[in-house]
Design a binder for this molecule. Structure first.
Ligand code: MIG
Length: 741
């Protein structure tokens, strides 16, 4: 025994240490260099950079230096040097801007952020702060009773994120359940709201990240990444709209889409052969149901080879697309990232020759199995590969397609996920996975578009709004998903993605006519409005569920087309400011506690003038909803007093929509597609003794608006008398304006 003891001790000493976090420790040095304060910590380094009065970047690393390489999410830009004071005392270092004070306690290092009035906005958990475990990082924040969290993009559940833990790892999740996480898109950005004052935190890290919003404990929240710098931006509000505007100043904003992309779009897996596509087009026109776009899902390709056509099904794509265009339909084909590993296929050969694909560490191209069977995956982090991809997209644009639909870009592979060791120019799969789709959308955007691009993507990362609209993937024809089709796009809007929507009718399954109608009624008010359905499910075109449903769908779609002048103006506002199109109630009314309630999350504002309370049930024929203070105009009735919950009748032919007092909503007559008829008249619906609104207009498709070729008109109405003021006169006025009260 005595002889065994030293051996035992030796064994204990050489046993690897149990996994444990190392905390950042004391601040040992602090030095200002322009906008940045460099802090040396016992076990890490921290750079604090003041970018704007309400925007401060915190970057921690436990390594010798910070990660190099540009951010995928943040738009390169020069920030004007925002003045700030620094007060470096033995126990703490304080940075003061016009809007906030960053207090960094030194023993140990803890960050607390106050507004200009000295109110605490956010602080590190006093006992923990920032910690590391090998590559992993964590930032612990103190949680106070009453804190609410929003954002994180495409997430299930209600809008508030409290009490759950969320992961960012883009995942192909067909028929996801109402609690499932993670889904297709990763937006590592959230807002915290404390006593009506909001702040935002954006963790700029593409690795697998985790956000614990108080799950499993009553003490703290934390966020962290599997590797890479702990690089986060703190954004002060207090107005949540201001946070979104700053967040999108960082990560970019949606560019104006073509106007037709605001119309109704029809998809199915899949419409083929071309005669079937023509039949669908005819189906819309003969029934006078407006529609602007038809999609081609994977069966248009030759054996799922991207950038090819199945010539038996589609003998002359250019002619088909031209004919459809003449009828007012844009054609949008799907493009998946996997390139079939087939030596007789030019795209695969070219990609190999240009070394455009991700590889194994031994340099051989990686192959994963997807629709075309074994396939190579483009390395969208390589500028050269992006260029090559864009040139391939050009071949589709050349035959006349007006939009591109990117799917399977998580990237999805049968069997699970791309192996971690697979290499891209910028790093291995663990680092690149979440930004794969962002790179694909970027490459697609870099193609030679002659008109404004319309790109639809399933997966994405923070910043994807610069390139693409996003839909919420493979939902199901049931009420739980109908509800999600209302809340998820709102959450995405709260996370910088304004152009969003869900498959109308549900992708998988077979809705009852009533469920389908309710879905269409919701869809008519979501930014992206597309019906879609899965292979093997019954037809889900607006006429496929019987005559009654057809009439009600037509009504909803016609409503959408009437609202286009208003909607286009709201799109413009989103493109200019980053404020979403479909807005959670609290975004418009941040000081009204009722607007944060769960029940208020199934209604929303479309722009600042319309309150939409869709019926998210196939059986209910009434709707309880909240009207904030002030008067509201029931579009199917008269004025209603707000500041209270009301219940309204909602038979199957009614969508409860209310106009806010003091606003003006421009509408036009119904067209079967955008551009079918010239605008003869814009009706201005003013509500209130005094009302104000703006109308944005441009040619709807070219890039000329960027050089000022647009018209912005302010309308004020006072007791029936209208006054127009042209704020920007770069495009001729369409039609005449007429007040409707
Ligand atoms: O493995 O292209 O979410 O919209 O119809 C399924 C076929 C692949 C998933 C998309 C869906 C699309 C389908 N795709």
């Amino acid at each position: 025994m005595r002889r065994l003891l030293p051996l035992l001790l030796l064994l204990l000493a050489t046993r690897p240490a149990a996994a444990a976090f190392t905390f950042a420790g004391d601040v040992t040095a602090c030095a200002r260099d322009g906008q940045t304060v460099h802090l040396t910590l016992a076990n890490a380094r921290l750079d604090v950079q003041v970018l704007a009065a309400n925007l401060v970047r915190f970057r921690y690393t436990q390594r010798d230096r910070f990660d190099d390489g540009a951010s995928y999410a943040v738009v390169p830009q020069t920030w004007a040097a925002e003045p700030f004071q620094i007060n470096d005392a033995p126990d703490a270092c304080d940075l003061t801007t016009r809007n906030l004070r960053v207090h960094i306690a030194k023993h140990p290092c803890r960050v607390a952020i106050y507004d200009a009035a000295g109110r605490l906005l956010d602080e590190d958990e006093p006992a923990f702060g920032v910690a590391f475990d090998r590559g992993e990082t964590r930032c612990f924040k103190r949680q106070l009773a009453g804190d609410r969290f929003y954002g994180l993009g495409e997430k299930t559940g209600g809008l508030d994120r409290n009490g759950r833990e969320y992961v960012m790892w883009n995942s192909d999740t067909p028929a996801y359940g109402p609690d499932h996480d993670p889904l297709y898109v990763s937006i590592p950005f959230f807002m915290g709201v404390r006593e009506g004052r909001a702040h935002g935190i954006f963790l700029d890290n593409p690795w697998r990240t985790t956000f614990n919003m108080g799950a499993g404990n009553d003490r703290l929240t934390w966020f962290g990444a599997a590797d890479g710098d702990l690089d986060y931006y703190f954004i002060a509000g207090p107005d949540p709209k201001r946070i979104l505007s700053t967040y999108t100043q960082l990560t970019g904003r949606m560019q104006m889409p073509p106007l037709w992309a605001l119309g109704y779009q029809q998809c199915r897996w899949s419409y083929y052969p071309e005669a079937r596509v023509r039949e669908i087009a005819q189906g819309f026109r003969s029934r006078k149901i407006p529609c602007d776009a038809l999609y081609l899902d994977i069966d248009y390709m030759d054996g799922y080879r991207v950038f090819t056509w199945d010539r038996a099904r589609f003998p002359d794509p250019r002619r088909l697309i031209g004919n459809l265009d003449a009828q007012g339909f844009k054609v949008i084909p799907i493009v998946d990232p996997g390139v079939k590993a087939d030596p007789n296929y030019a795209v695969a050969r070219e990609g190999l020759a240009r070394k455009a694909f991700a590889t194994w560490p031994d340099g051989t191209p990686y192959r994963g199995e997807v629709w075309p069977s074994w396939a190579y995956f483009p390395d969208f982090t390589s500028p050269d590969a992006r260029k090559w991809w864009a040139a391939n997209v050009d071949t589709l644009l050349d035959v006349g397609v007006k939009g591109i639909w990117n799917d399977m870009n998580e990237p999805a592979v049968w069997g699970k996920t791309v192996p971690d060791v697979v290499r891209f120019a910028d790093g291995d799969h663990r680092k690149i996975h979440n930004v794969f789709a962002l790179g694909m959308a970027r490459a697609t955007h870099e193609a030679a578009w002659k008109e404004r691009p319309f790109i639809l993507t399933r997966a994405g990362f923070a910043g994807v709004q610069r390139y693409a609209a996003v839909w919420t993937g493979d939902n199901v024809s049931n009420e739980a998903h109908l509800r999600m089709a209302c809340t998820m796009p709102q959450s995405m809007g709260l996370s910088g993605l304004p152009f969003v929507g869900s498959d109308v009718g549900g992708f998988d399954g077979s809705p009852s006519p009533a469920l389908y109608v309710r879905w269409m009624q919701l869809g008519a008010f979501t930014p992206f409005f597309r019906g879609h359905s899965m292979k093997g499910t019954p037809s889900k075109e607006p006429w496929a569920l019987g005559e009654d449903a057809e009439a009600l769908c037509r009504q909803a779609i016609e409503m959408r087309y009437r609202l286009l002048p208003y909607l286009y103006t709201v799109f413009r506002e989103a493109a200019e400011t980053g404020v979403p199109i479909m807005r959670p109630m609290f975004l418009e009314f941040p000081n009204d506690p009722a607007c944060y309630e769960r029940d208020a999350q199934t209604q929303f504002m479309l722009g600042d003038a319309l309150l939409v309370a869709p019926v998210l049930s196939e059986h209910e024929r009434a709707r309880r909803l909240y009207l904030p203070a002030g008067r509201w105009l029931d579009l199917d009735g008269g004025a209603v007093k707000g500041g209270r919950w009301i219940t309204v009748d909602a038979p199957l032919d009614r969508i409860p929509v209310f106009q806010r007092e003091g606003t003006v909503v421009p509408t036009r007559d119904v067209q079967q597609y955008v551009g079918e008829k010239p605008t003869r008249e814009i009706a201005l619906h003013a509500f209130g003794d005094r009302a104000r609104g703006v109308i944005y207009d441009d040619d709807g498709s070219s890039f000329a608006y960027r050089n000022g070729a647009y018209r912005l008109t302010e309308v004020t109405v006072e007791r029936g008398t209208m006054r127009l003021r042209v704020l920007h006169d770069g495009y001729p006025q369409q039609g005449r304006y007429r007040v409707k009260q």
